[in-house]
Unconditional design. Structure first.
Length: 149
């Protein structure tokens, strides 16, 4: 993880704009674990908005109300939401037809209480997320907090 941590710190400390840094970060996360899709989202008082994602296609729902979907559940609880089979969770809005599992990790602001962003990971396999993935993504949520100010 040290090499990954160094790469994250380098991106966050770079002179690139915020959108470019976010794009580099999603690519780092995806490359580190081979995830199917990775997105970073901003959280406002009313909405969750896509900031950056892997691949060329934008999310089907680039902006969602703060109280909807798996992202909304993670924002409301302030805790990761890990769904190993999205077909079994009514909160999942179909976004990528290949998605079989999804995990959302909230990024807490500097006060440690308010959710300012989320890391959204999608897999094309059921039961995709291991305890090591959860630990890695939890650490990503802490390491990448400076992207949100």
């Amino acid at each position: 993880m040290t090499t990954f941590n160094s790469a994250v710190a380098e991106v966050l400390g770079s002179a690139y704009g915020r959108a470019e840094r976010a794009k580099l970060l999603v690519d780092l996360i995806r490359a580190a674990r081979g995830f199917h899709w990775v997105g970073l989202y901003d959280v406002s008082a009313t909405h969750i908005s896509a900031l950056a994602w892997t691949g060329d296609r934008s999310p089907v729902f680039p902006v969602v109300p703060i109280d909807q979907g798996l992202n909304g559940a993670a924002v409301a609880s302030g805790e990761p939401v890990i769904v190993q089979d999205v077909s079994q969770d009514s909160r999942y809005p179909t976004t990528l037809f290949a998605t079989r599992a999804e995990a959302i990790f909230p990024v807490l602001g500097q006060d440690g209480n308010k959710v300012v962003g989320t890391i959204d990971i999608e897999s094309d396999c059921v039961d995709a997320f291991t305890p090591d993935d959860v630990a890695f993504l939890s650490e990503c949520a802490v390491l990448m907090r400076p992207l949100w100010g």
